[in-house]
Design a protein around this ligand. Structure first.
Ligand code: CP3
Length: 356
């Protein structure tokens, strides 16, 4: 009885946390802030652990994934945690051989290049293929609940997953994935349907395991023309988001270079739209309208500037959103390796002080 009362109280506190309130466009005491890729190589604690383990070992060991998720929470006054994982492990369960190679980034040794490769891809349930991240979420919540910090789960979006699966790694022009989309429309639809299932089921499973919010990362979608996005990509993002929305937790829909397709991204789904720094955030908010919250949008490079230059840019983002409910402060893309830790601390504190 006592235990369950405490649980209920903690649950209420979390539901009322400024991050989740902002996701629902409710008034907040201060603007919430978290940073994409907030756990990672810019932190000495992370680099120390990486001397002993590979990134995939950390992701697949729930205790380690929990410890890394908590590193930035211990170091900074952040308003949300994001589970330590990556967008690419779901590809392994589908039959692709994934590794992270030092200096090169992700590599897929057997990329998807033909319709037969698409047909061979499996769509196993996340409880089978991604149980380690679901376990990491359950484990991390035990610590975070006591601190009143909500936890975000995430997945790559169908297009961004297809980009890695077809290119075989990172890419500048995304020539292979876009050519496949243009030349093989039937196989493309089959591929994107598989990714919509995998991404949607994975997001839903993370919410069921305890994630309080979800983010769909469509990092490379800005490589497409708006017409191609609407025809070849948006229906599958929408399908993934529809599956995920069965969980009834807020969903953040993020992409970069999306200025020409913001309303299309919004229409594909999501309660919060993430925008990068290539647009004024008030302009983005005006385009998106009142039905969604907005996340962003400081240039991650600003964290390398001296404090005065960083502060004025953070202040400009906050001033543009002043008086509008439903703003979650974040970077416009992930935090970069080499980012000075002191600047991260000062930024987080400044966002709270300035809006408090
Ligand atoms: O935000 C967090 O703190 C949670 C962890 C997280 C990672 N990757 C850990 C990671 C998240 C949310 C991601 C998402 C991710 N992964 C994206 C979408 C966000 C974005 O930046 O666009 C993408 C495109 C990837 C794919 C990926 N993973 C790449 C291209 C690389 C290599 C390049 C790089 O940044 O090192 C990774 C590896 C990776 N994922 C690292 C971390 C901390 C660094 C690996 C290391 O420890 O050596």
């Amino acid at each position: 009885m006592q235990q369950s009362q405490t649980d209920t109280q903690q649950e209420t506190t979390l539901t009322d946390s400024r991050f989740l309130r902002a996701c629902r466009r409710q008034p907040v005491d201060r603007t919430p802030i978290w940073l994409m890729r907030q756990a990672g190589r810019y932190m000495p604690e992370y680099r120390a652990l990486r001397e002993q383990y590979t990134i995939l070992e950390i992701i697949k060991t729930p205790e380690l994934a929990r410890d890394v998720t908590l590193q930035p929470i211990d170091a900074f006054d952040l308003d949300a945690a994001i589970i330590f994982a990556d967008i690419l492990p779901p590809l392994e369960g589908m039959g692709l051989e994934l590794d992270f190679v030092k200096g090169e980034g992700p590599v897929i040794y057997n990329p998807v290049r033909t319709p037969a490769d698409v047909a061979a891809l499996r769509t196993p349930p996340p409880s089978e293929a991604l149980h380690f991240t679901l376990d990491a979420i359950r484990l991390t919540r035990q610590t975070l609940d006591q601190r009143g910090i909500p936890l975000i789960g995430f997945s790559g979006a169908p297009f961004t997953l297809a980009a890695y699966a077809i290119e075989g790694g990172s890419s500048k022009n995304h020539q292979r994935v876009k050519s496949f989309m243009m030349n093989e429309p039937d196989a493309w639809r089959e591929l994107m349907t598989k990714f919509a299932t995998v991404a949607g089921d994975y997001l839903l499973a993370q919410a069921e395991a305890g994630a309080h919010a979800l983010q769909l990362f469509d990092s490379w979608v800005g490589q497409l023309s708006p017409d191609d996005y609407r025809q070849f990509v948006a229906p599958y993002s929408q399908q993934a988001l529809e599956i995920a929305s069965k969980a009834d937790v807020p969903i953040i829909h993020f992409g970069t270079n999306t200025n020409g397709m913001l309303t299309d991204i919004r229409d594909a789904g999501g309660d919060v739209i993430g925008v990068d720094w290539r647009i004024d955030i008030d302009h983005a908010a005006q385009i998106l309208g009142d039905g969604v919250a907005i996340q962003g949008n400081l240039d991650p490079i600003a964290l390398f500037a001296e404090w005065g230059a960083l502060k004025s840019r953070a202040q400009a983002v906050l001033d543009k959103m002043h008086g509008r409910d439903g703003h979650i402060f974040n970077l416009g893309h992930g935090i970069l390796p080499g980012t000075p830790v002191d600047n991260v601390r000062r930024l987080v504190d400044f966002v709270h002080e300035y809006t408090g």
